[in-house]
Ligand binder design. Sequence first.
Ligand code: ATP
Ligand code: MG
Length: 372
Amino acid sequence: MNIVLENLTKEFPARGKRNSGSVKAVDHVSCQIPDGELMGLLGPSGCGKSTTLNLLCGLEKPTEGKIFFGDEDVTALAPEFRGVGMVFQNYALYPHLSVRQNIRFPLENRKGKDKLSKEEMNRRVEDAARLVQIEELMDRKPGELSGGQQQRVAIARALVKFPKVLLLDEPLSNLDARLRLKTREEIRKIQKQTGITTVFVTHDQDEAMSICDRIAVMKDGLLMQQGRPQEVYDHPANLFVARFLGTPPINLFAGEVRGQTLYLGGKPVLPAPGVPDQPVWTGIRPEGFILKADGPLECQMERVEVTGRDVSIISSHSACTEGTLRSIISSEEGAAAPTARTVRFALKPGKVFLFSKDTEEVIPLSGEGKEL
Ligand SMILES: Nc1ncnc2c1ncn2[C@@H]1O[C@H](COP(=O)(O)OP(=O)(O)OP(=O)(O)O)[C@@H](O)[C@H]1O
Ligand SMILES: [Mg+2]
């Protein structure tokens, strides 16, 4: 099911005297989720992710804009007719029902042609439970399950309806790191097996980058950028997206372009072809540094961190906004990690981004730059 959001807006009215303005939780968002794809919706707390899902499943009505499922305009359609399976941020399981009853719940009380036989219901419940591997927990109550098991029950309950669209609101938030990794892979597998168009909300960019076909990054209700994860990482549209994606995060410098050259701390470090003279924010990905004895960027050495596969060099530079910067180099290269007080780097052009100090939008470079 191809999903289209058109200018989708949700404004919550101001409430009470102290609450001055209304909140635009979702602000003119337009995007498309192609049939069968997994889209990651990400952004900081309060940016409008859950509200977007609530609009998609019909629990909230938009103030403005439209939602299409395939060719059908579903904007005014009641939730039960949308064919959406939703896993809420707090899973919302019924505490007094067993796991089996919880999963079966959405199938009961169906009327007319949608009514299912008891056998069909049981079969679907068993199938969904098998898919998320909770068959042995069917007779327990939610209170007798771990957080991760509860989350899987919630996923099974969403799948049992054979939804055309699956909405997952931070479905992994309560899992420990290892189970989280395993479960996100399971979700991806299930999603691929079933081919259900899925929106997966998370504020963990790593999670989104690793399992999603595409991602959409939100801030203050606005859609900042969408695209394939790698594409967004490699070509951030603005400073916010550049800083939001990537672990360790991008290193930020206050720089200046003069005569089509980027200067950091008053020293030329990289050609900036086609960029007019101006002060710029400069983002350098940790993997964008090359150890080079006569490299143009001179930093003060702080320490070296060896983490198996690669080596991080932590150093400082007067133009770096965080004080210290982190560069990651391969362990072969790192074997020659400097022991001197200073370290010099050349920069990889594709890993350096310039942003306007006024608008924080990316400033395109004309043509591939070269190292200095
Ligand atoms: N029912 C409501 N009434 C008024 N304001 C609301 C309501 N629901 C959400 N908001 C506001 O809308 C904004 C977006 O909220 P939303 O729950 O969509 O954020 P989120 O991205 O899901 O955040 P989180 O990561 O914390 O779950 C917030 O400022 C929130 O306070
Ligand atoms: Mg939320």
